[in-house]
Design a protein around this ligand. Structure first.
Ligand SMILES: [Zn+2]
Length: 281
């Protein structure tokens, strides 16, 4: 037995592997849903009464892993939407070009309010500059806020009082979808569950009309897609989490564990500091 087959066998029963992602894509491709990028969905003046799935990816780090999910999707005829941060090590045009060449949408994963330490004017100006940088290579039509659990900013606040069309955008991944029509499943925190500690309000949590449906695993998400009763679905995954080999799986698992405990600690700290403020008041 060679190492590759050991890895494959060992990873076979685990969740959040590239193999599991392939099962998800197969279910999507065989389902009654049509897949569409966010830009294509928003460009439809009046979306036909079809059922749509938007496969969204936030590429926070390790962009090379996004090539893996992009290839799996291409094999299954799925066009997905990839949002890249403007960060060293993540904004890598050679990788983004490969994903764009597979006809996936390339979008901008912005965090300018965090970068500007909460100064909304500065954040708007930085957004315009970074968007222009993306557009020198990519036809960016939609954007998506990054949520950093370590800051108290909501990067989406830069839109208060302004329109996406002012910047030639069709919309924003959190703000432009009608979540009365879309269920939303996210792998944030390495779980599909909507736990308060791992899906942080104002960061990566979304309330939808379908929050009573809670997948516990990717297999559950697959069952929900096969069931086919939801009108539309947006599935958010972070490609860095979906490993193709055991070494990548273990390192990402440990990082997710650290992030998960970090988020729990942040919640505890904020609860304590809020109590302190309440006591002082
Ligand atoms: Zn992000």
């Amino acid at each position: 037995m060679n190492t590759k087959s050991v890895s494959r066998n060992t990873l076979g029963s685990l969740d959040f592997t590239l193999g599991k992602y392939e099962n998800l894509c197969r279910a999507v491709a065989d389902s009654s849903y049509m897949t569409v990028t966010l830009a294509d969905y928003l460009a439809m003046r009046k979306p036909a009464n079809g059922k749509y799935i938007i496969m969204r990816h936030d590429v926070d780090r390790m962009p090379e892993r996004a090539v893996g999910t992009a290839e799996v999707e291409r094999r299954h005829g799925i066009k997905a939407t990839y949002y890249f941060r403007q960060q060293k090590g993540t904004y890598i045009p050679e990788i983004m070009d490969r994903i764009g060449a597979m006809k996936h949408e390339i979008g901008y994963h912005y965090e300018t309010l965090d970068k500007s330490r909460g100064d909304r004017e500065a954040a708007r100006a930085l957004f315009v500059r970074e968007l222009a940088g993306f557009r020198r290579r990519y036809d960016v039509k939609t954007v998506c806020a990054h949520g950093n659990p370590l800051t108290r900013n909501d990067n989406k606040d830069i839109w208060k009082g302004s329109q996406f069309s002012e910047l030639g955008l069709l919309g924003e991944a959190f703000l432009s979808l009608d979540f009365r029509q879309f269920a939303y499943f996210s792998d944030s925190g390495r779980t599909w569950l909507k736990t308060d500690s791992q899906k942080m309000p104002g960061k990566d949590s979304v309330s939808t009309a379908f929050d009573y449906i809670v997948p516990k695993s990717t297999d559950d998400v697959i069952r929900i897609i096969r069931w086919g009763s939801l009108p539309n679905i947006c599935i958010l995954t972070h490609p860095e989490r979906w490993s193709a080999d055991i070494a990548g799986y273990v390192s990402r698992y440990l990082l997710d564990l650290a992030f998960a405990w970090g988020k729990v600690a942040i919640h505890a700290y904020r609860r304590m500091s809020n109590n302190e403020i309440a006591v002082r008041n």
